[in-house]
Design a protein around this ligand. Structure first.
Ligand code: T1G
Length: 676
């Protein structure tokens, strides 16, 4: 910048630069320019300077680093307030008697977008993304976002942005009037100054005074369209209530309404849970004890063994990220079917506008079908997704050991089997790791990366990094039966079965779980998975309720009957026949039938999961409690507004849980007892 006089005014994270008659207020608070108290202080000081200096005709607000302001500093929530009140700073900017331009790159999110909204004009680089994602933290834009956004983009777009919390690309934001001008991708600083100078004659344009446009009817439409998705959540409805209030209240009363709703959410357990998950998800990516800059192995070519449901889904994750995949099957027919399913899935997504036909062909072009393991010799990572049998896996890994190049990572998608035992049948156990995907593997975000006793640090770190690269939330798990998720799941399923014997019904138990916020209960899940998975297929041998149902030909959703009866749309209803089978089985077990309360169901099916979580941590099979929460939210549909089993356990209270578990005769983890 070749301007004559540059005045430096340094406040911790905000500086100002005067370029002739334009003052640039520059925010520098890595990593994401969050609105920490010292940033708010700096903004206040910087704008006071700009407004007091008559030689300044217009103001530009810009940020250094990778992004514009990405919101309030979430780490400050719940702490004693410091620095100036955010809304007061925003009111000062909005009321400026000189035009203020927000120059946006990276992301303008939450309080960051609210700051840009009090600026009179917004210029952004094409790659910028703008949004109010507070709803994903169980909150709402509490600094005027719900009142100013409708005045800039109209009621429809504002309601959608607040209730869904999506990030809008700059071009879309420009189309709806949120961005007034697009800058050159590499010339934001200059373009913003030129734009500000251009606006001097036009002067300020306080957003609060801009007219509201649009149809309030969108609010009920959004509620109807998202009723299932928003079940149990408070924040989406609070966001819409605030936007609705903007359509009928004067600005300042609307701001008050918003403040009240914001404080309600901020003080609630749902937002605390969702904020916990914000950091838990980022924490999960970190491997304790490993240096941040550990060199990773390059993954340019991937091999997948098995073209079944899992193998196909796993392959799609890499193809969708432009990473070539060689997929191997034993017989041509299975290979063709597997490749066909991958193409069908992509074409279905293309039909929904997610991909173009060219992109589908591009991804399919990266897929090499093969009948020969030898074709995996030059792969950097090979993921085995064959039948869940130790013998089969050992045979495959033995062959891979002979075929794959030195340094290749050999991963197993096993969901239960001992990764160490698999590794021991190779000469390179340090290169073996578990990569446990969840079905459907191209959709489910969770990836359990199973660290074997001999897994090398760079192999573990590489598996975690490639997991993030393909869009997964990767969590480190130790070798134990069922790793983290399935191990805890079994501590829910077993007592659920026992409760059936004692008098509860599948519908009662499942309702407790769905009311809790789970997508389905233990028995709906069993019917979905299939009751005959692992069944000994001997109808005369009835040792469990599951045996009894299978013996009666009830295998679950797949044949329209299991614990429930299912119609052609796979909607389940309580089944008299299933209840009769359960009743008959109970009568043979001489267990007295009794009334079971919903609270007892919680105590005997959810508390044991928390207990098992403590055991997993005690054994070092998970790095931290929040990792367990991430597993259950991204792998098993635990409601995010309850923060995961460990976070919820803390809310329930260790004392209460220990007392109940002991009353029900469950062996309590020492660390949980200690916590109680
Ligand atoms: N506050 C504090 N720390 C934050 C933060 C924030 N808002 N955003 C990110 N971080 C930390 C994060 O924990 C991580 O730390 C590092 O920055 C890099 O983040 C009044 C109430 C901006 C899209 O919800 O969505 O404004 O792990 O790994 O993948 O209305 O971060 O390295 O120690 O995610 O490049 C609304 C939250 C707040 C946006 C960048 N804003 N952030 O993604 O990096 S509420 C948000 C993000 C609010 C007002 C209300 C993403 C990102 P560490 P990262 P990334």
């Amino acid at each position: 910048m070749a301007c004559a006089d540059i005045e430096e005014l340094t406040v911790q994270s905000v500086t100002t630069q005067k370029i002739d008659d334009i003052l640039v207020v520059l925010v520098d608070n890595p990593p994401v320019n969050a609105l920490s108290w010292h940033v708010r202080q700096g903004l206040k000081d910087g704008f006071e300077q700009a407004l007091a200096d008559d030689s300044v005709k217009a103001i530009v607000l810009r940020c250094t680093g990778s992004t514009f302001i990405a919101g309030a500093d979430i780490t400050e929530f719940g702490k004693p307030p410091q620095g100036p009140d955010f809304n007061a700073v925003l009111h000062m900017i909005e009321a400026a008697h000189k035009p203020v331009v927000a120059a946006i790159h990276g992301t303008a999110l939450g309080g960051g977008l609210e700051t840009a909204l009090v600026c009179h004009y917004r210029i952004a680089v094409p790659s910028a993304r703008l949004g109010v994602p507070e709803v994903k933290l169980g909150l709402l834009p509490g600094a005027g976002g719900t009142q100013r956004l409708p005045r800039v983009v109209g009621i429809e777009a504002a309601a959608t942005m607040c209730a869904l919390g999506e990030h809008l690309p700059a071009a879309k934001a420009a189309a709806i009037g949120l961005v007034d001008r697009l800058a050159g991708e590499d010339s934001l600083a200059e373009d913003a100054i030129a734009y500000a100078r251009e606006l001097i004659p036009a002067g300020p344009r306080p957003t609060r005074d801009r007219p509201l446009t649009g149809d309030v009817g969108v609010i009920e439409q959004l509620k109807a369209a998202n009723a299932k998705k928003w079940r149990g959540f408070d924040a989406p409805y609070a966001n819409l209530a605030c936007v609705e209030a903007a359509t009928r209240l004067p600005f300042d009363e609307g701001m008050q309404f918003e403040r009240t709703e914001f404080l309600k959410l901020m003080g609630g357990s749902q937002s605390a849970a969702q904020r916990h998950m914000f950091f838990a998800e980022r924490q999960a990516a970190k491997i304790d004890g490993l240096p941040k800059d550990l060199a990773l192995r390059a993954i340019k070519k991937v091999g997948v063994i098995g073209a079944g449901t899992m193998g196909g889904g796993i392959s799609m994750n890499f193809l969708s990220k432009g990473i070539p995949v060689t997929i191997v099957e034993m017989v041509q027919e299975n290979l063709d079917r597997g490749v066909g399913v991958i193409r069908k899935n992509y074409e279905n997504s293309a039909a929904k506008g997610r991909f173009t036909t060219e992109q589908v062909e591009g991804m399919m072009g990266l897929l090499t079908p093969s009948l020969a393991l030898e074709d995996l010799a030059d792969c950097d990572l090979v993921i085995e997704a064959v039948y869940e049998s130790m013998d089969v896996k050992k045979e495959v890994f033995g062959k891979l050991d002979a075929i794959c190049k030195p340094g290749a990572i050999l991963a197993s998608n096993t969901s239960y089997l001992d990764v160490d035992e698999i590794a021991e049948c190779t000469s390179r156990p340090q290169d073996v790791v578990g990569m446990h995907f969840f079905s459907p593997a191209n959709v489910m975000k969770l990836l359990e990366v199973v660290r074997g006793a001999k897994t090398a640090d760079d192999v573990l770190a590489t598996a975690m990094a490639i997991g993030k690269k393909i869009g997964k939330v990767a969590v480190v798990a130790g070798v134990c039966h069922g790793f983290i998720g399935n191990r805890m799941l079994s501590t829910r399923q077993q007592p659920a079965m026992q409760l059936l014997l004692e008098g509860a019904t599948p519908a009662q138990i499942d309702k407790v779980h769905t009311d809790f916020g789970m997508p389905m209960g233990p028995f709906q899940m069993s019917d979905l998975a299939g009751l005959d998975i692992g069944w000994h297929r001997d109808p005369s041998r009835i040792e469990t309720i599951r045996d009894a149902l299978c013996a009666a030909g009830r295998f679950g959703q797949k044949n329209g009957k299991g614990f429930y009866d299912y119609d052609e749309k796979r909607v389940g209803t309580p089944s008299a026949e299933a209840l009769a089978i359960i009743e008959e089985f109970r009568s043979t077990s001489n267990l007295p039938k009794r009334e079971i309360s919903d609270q007892e169901i919680v105590e005997r099916t959810l508390y044991p999961m928390v207990n098992e979580g403590y055991k997993i941590l005690q054994e070092g099979k998970a790095q931290r409690p929040s990792d367990i929460d991430v597993v259950w939210i991204y792998g098993y549909g635990w409601p995010i507004y309850r923060g995961g089993p460990m976070f919820w356990g803390d809310l329930e209270g260790a004392g209460k849980i220990v007392e109940a578990l002991e009353r029900h005769g469950v062996a309590v983890a020492e660390s949980l007892k200690a916590k109680a």
